[in-house]
Design a protein around this ligand. Structure first.
Ligand code: HEM
Length: 311
């Protein structure tokens, strides 16, 4: 059920968003590129700093990630590929802002891979250009990378533990609760890390760098079909092109071909995070419901809306 309060032209915009959504769902299914699109959207949102009130200085889901110096920030290594995937959609649908397109592609990816439908809102205004980007070092107390999280120590915010780091980044800077941190981290049920991008694992590009689960012959999709996009890297789960609650279960196998960073481990060792982690391992429906809410919140951090369109 969608309402449109955006006045003249709003109906047209909604129609375009719906058409673009249809095209994106088909593209994601063909290219198996959902994970990188989810990460692109999260890293656009993740520059948000709730201690700053002005747009666009507060950062967030405002399309700044397509500009330098944000795109070339260390934390965004590899995301240029995701931006490249979306250019054809921006050309076909020029009235959809970059900020909306990036968030739309992410929500479509979750849906296309079997995850929940997210009750998204559109109408985001883009930043004017590179001058509106959050610089790589400009988040007070958070070190580099505009305050995006680090997977391993030393943590940019100076926190002594991964739990403290997650709360500094997600709670102090972005305004999320412990429960939302655990739910959002469940996005690692999809996707991979690469030696050449984050450098957080020994697995790299193509079949010769691949783990057991990321070879071109691997099956990771929900429908059991082959096709994984580019081979290589390592994933958190065996079926890493399927959005389900495997993230909260697969780590137990202690498999060297799967990822498990300090920030993932903190979610089942920290006493306040642990009950949510366990709940999501046991109850996929609860995970989907909480994930969808937290994802929507993430997708609106720092955004300036003109009108309101829901699909
Ligand atoms: C909790 C703190 C987080 C840390 C430390 C973290 C760190 C990382 C790292 C190191 C990678 C590998 C990048 C590469 O080498 O290409 C990655 C991938 C990814 N992250 Fe996170 N992340 C965090 C939270 C999130 C959140 C909140 C989301 C989304 C809601 C997310 C979604 C993803 C996805 C989908 C990928 C896979 C990208 C791909 O396959 O290309 N992450 N993350």
């Amino acid at each position: 059920m969608g309402n449109c309060f955006c006045g003249l032209g709003g109906g047209k915009k909604k129609k375009e968003l719906l058409q673009c959504k249809k095209d994106l769902l088909a593209f994601i299914d063909k290219e198996n590129c959902g994970p990188i699109l989810v990460r692109l959207a999260w890293h656009d949102s993740g520059t948000y700093d709730q201690r700053i009130s002005d747009f666009p200085q507060r950062g967030g889901a405002n399309g700044a990630i397509i500009h330098e110096p944000e795109m070339s920030m260390g934390a965004n290594n590899g995301l240029r590929k995701g931006f490249g995937y979306l250019k054809q959609f921006k050309e076909k649908y020029p009235t959809i802002s970059w900020a909306d397109l990036i968030q739309l592609a992410s929500a479509c990816s979750i849906e296309a891979m079997g995850g929940p439908k997210i009750n998204m809102r559109y109408g985001r205004v883009d930043v004017a250009g590179p001058q509106d980007c959050v610089g790589p070092k400009s988040r007070e107390g958070f070190g580099g990378n505009a305050g995006l999280p680090d997977a391993k120590p030393p943590f940019g915010c100076g926190a002594p533990t991964a739990s403290q780091h997650l709360r500094n980044v997600f709670t102090k800077k972005m305004g999320f609760t412990d429960q939302e941190i655990v739910a959002l981290s469940g996005a690692h049920t999809i996707g991979r890390a690469f030696k050449e991008r984050s450098g957080t694992c020994p697995f790299g590009y193509m079949d010769n760098g691949a783990s057991k689960y990321t070879k071109s012959t691997s099956v990771a999709r929900k429908d059991g079909k082959t096709g994984i996009g580019m081979a290589g890297g390592a994933a958190w789960t065996k079926n890493w092109l399927t959005f389900d609650n495997s993230y909260f279960k697969d780590y137990k196998a202690n498999d060297g071909d799967l990822l498990w960073f300090d920030t993932d481990k903190a979610l089942h060792t920290d006493p306040a995070f642990q009950p949510y982690f366990q709940k999501y391992a046991e109850d996929e429906k609860a995970f989907f419901a909480d994930y969808a809410k937290a994802h929507k919140k993430l997708s609106e951090l720092g955004s300036k809306f003109e009108g309101e369109i829901t699909l």
